[in-house]
Design a protein around this ligand. Structure first.
Ligand code: PLP
Length: 421
């Protein structure tokens, strides 16, 4: 299988797996126990915490809380911020957040909070004017993602943070797709909370963390045992914590070489697909993006069908479409970027990792191009002779041109002069 769905999850690095195994086997004790067997494991957790803090550029290991992953970290941060300012009833976030923030926002709305979701441009960048206007003295917390999981587009968290902090508002960043993919020094960025998750960076599933800037009031989501200095109750996931710290160390340790490699493969995939496939474009092209992600819209092709065919051919990729109440819904991210529904349904995400090879990318380019040609052909012949009118190509192109910034046009599509291609 050619695995190009690394924003969904990643394979656990073999070195990480090996390190974790010790803590399922020989060192299985409870870190809260008073005998040496437990105390040794407690020390291991504290070492892992110090490493995570160092890799993220935090000021102190006390700023790191281990959680079960990105979703829990996101919930913990918002819960804590709302408790810190019970008199403030407004939450500011964006329209392109992950479902763990979107669905939490919906549930908070039902509880009477006001949620302002800031829109984005066609390129996926934050509507700054709307953002500035939303920051009243009623805002308890601003929650924004660092890197978008569907398009890879980065929000300028440094700039956002400076603005938010000037107003005395708490700032949470969903860093799940950024940690391990960007170099960061949290001590120099005005972020109060940062969520991260091990399974996006070649660590195990079910473990993550929340950075909480020192001095910020904190209210735990889970109460019970006294783990994590009373900030997150529950017996620690020791193998997970060890795996998270080790995986992060590997990501940070070889950051530059990995980043260069992944970016070059991603660019090759993008450039070649755009060249091979007329009427295709990259969402968020030209903006600052994480290096492993590309989201490509292919007009006149249904991404779901293409994904199934790709899967049969041994390539795993994804689309942002979600199945809600039995009907397929287009990606909320692409919708927020103003992409018409029919084009959003034709969008695919490829997300690479340091394990991706150039042969895999070449094979993917060939396979995708061939399948798109076949599907478009099939589409044409299935409509021939039926009463259903095939949308004229120039019409499809027009729809595409509404959504597409001019510099990202490729191949024949770029030279579209209104005649049939
Ligand atoms: C941006 C973002 N936030 C949060 C999450 C949720 O993380 P987890 O799966 O660790 O709960 C994901 C996972 O896809 C994500 O991409």
């Amino acid at each position: 299988m050619i695995y190009l769905d690394n924003n969904a999850t990643t394979k656990v690095a073999p070195e990480v797996e090996e390190r974790m195994r010790l803590f399922f086997g020989a060192f299985y004790g409870n870190p809260s126990s008073l005998y040496d067997f437990g105390k040794g494991i407690r020390r291991t957790i504290e070492e892992a915490r110090a490493e995570v803090a160092r890799f993220l550029g935090a000021r102190s290991e006390r700023e790191i809380i281990f959680t079960s992953g990105g979703t829990e970290s996101n919930h913990t941060a918002i819960h804590s911020a709302l408790k810190a300012h019970p008199e403030r009833r407004r939450i500011v976030t964006s329209q392109v957040e992950h479902s763990s923030i979107r669905n939490l926002s919906r549930s908070l709305e039902r509880e009477g909070y006001e949620v302002v979701s800031i829109g984005v441009s066609k390129q996926g960048t934050l509507d700054w004017e709307a953002f500035e206007n939303a920051l009243t003295d009623q805002v308890a917390v601003v929650s924004m993602m660092w890197a978008n999981n569907e398009t890879g587009v980065l929000f300028p968290v440094d700039r956002i943070g400076r603005f938010v902090k000037e107003k005395g508002i708490l700032f949470h960043v969903d860093g799940v797709q950024a940690v391990g993919k960007l170099q960061m020094n949290l001590s120099s960025i005005p972020i109060d909370f940062l969520s991260f998750s091990a399974h996006k960076l070649h660590g195990p599933k079910g473990i993550g963390g929340l950075y909480v800037r020192e001095g910020i009031p904190f209210f735990p989501l889970f109460v019970g045992g006294r783990q994590e200095r009373d900030r997150r109750a529950g017996t620690e996931n020791v193998p997970g914590i060890v795996g998270l710290a080790f995986a992060l160390g590997l990501a940070v340790g070889r950051f530059s070489e990995n980043e260069k490699w992944i970016r070059s493969l991603r660019n090759r995939l993008e450039d070649r697909l755009l060249r091979e496939i007329p009427e295709s474009f990259v969402n968020g092209y030209g903006e600052a993006r994480i290096s492993n992600t590309t989201n490509i819209t292919i007009a006149r092709v249904e991404a779901e069908t293409l994904l199934i065919r790709l899967s049969e051919a041994g390539v795993a990729a994804s689309s942002g479409s979600a199945c809600l109440t039995g009907a397929l819904e287009p990606s909320h991210v692409l919708e927020a970027m103003g992409l018409p529904r029919e084009l959003a349904f034709g969008s695919l995400r490829f997300s690479l990792s340091r394990y991706t090879t150039s042969e895999e990318i070449d094979m993917t380019i060939q396979t995708v191009s061939k399948l798109v040609r076949e599907l478009r052909e099939l589409n044409k012949s299935s409509l021939r002779g039926t009463s259903q009118a095939m949308p004229k190509q120039s019409e499809t192109s027009e729809i595409a041109s509404l959504a597409r910034p001019p510099q990202i046009l490729a191949g024949k599509f770029a030279r579209n002069d209104g005649k049939r291609l």
